[in-house]
Design a protein around this ligand. Structure first.
Ligand code: FES
Ligand code: FES
Length: 162
């Protein structure tokens, strides 16, 4: 066992973890942050994506001990039921989800993208999301959602789809 200290969604966290434990396991099973989904465990689907020190990371590809001293943000740290983050609101408005299994990962990847590139074009959006798989929606509405989130966060008015 190793003691890991990290910041998760703004809160200081100390946990004893097994050296082989994945970050996604500690987030879900240790901290109860089940918004981070576990799909493939082989780095393909992207539904386990979280921010680690601001970078989008597939948390099934990272050992929890590697998060020592890091700041981790999960979907629970982005917005709340009462006040959705603009990216979350855009996914709702643009029908960017159906079953929602991929959605936390899509949103966290989008958060990292928009932090680095606030107004990406469609090619940039598609490239940023190419590690996130969705089995339901097709990707057109997801790209539309990222476009809307970008506009909202840049303070531009958006024509919301009905
Ligand atoms: S569970 Fe991590 S990429 Fe699929
Ligand atoms: S909304 Fe179902 S997998 Fe993407």
């Amino acid at each position: 066992m190793t003691t890991v200290k990290m910041t998760v969604n703004g809160q200081a966290v100390t946990r004893d973890v097994e050296n082989r434990q994945l970050l996604v396991e500690v987030l879900r099973d240790g901290l109860g942050l089940t918004g981070t989904h576990q799909g493939c465990d082989t780095s393909q689907c992207g539904c386990c994506t979280v921010l680690v020190d601001g970078r989008a990371v597939k948390s099934c590809t990272m050992l929890a001990v590697q998060a020592e001293g890091c700041s981790v943000t999960t979907i629970e740290g982005l917005g709340s039921m009462q006040a959705l983050h603009p990216i979350q609101q855009a996914f709702v408005d643009c029908h960017g989800l159906q079953c929602g299994f991929c959605t936390p990962g899509m949103i966290m990847t989008t958060a990292a993208l928009l932090a680095e590139t606030p107004e990406p074009d469609d090619d940039t959006i598609r490239e940023a999301l190419d590690g996130n798989l969705c089995r339901c929606t097709g990707y057109t509405n997801i790209v539309e959602a990222v476009r809307q989130a970008s506009a909202t966060m840049a303070g531009k008015s958006v024509a919301r789809p009905r």
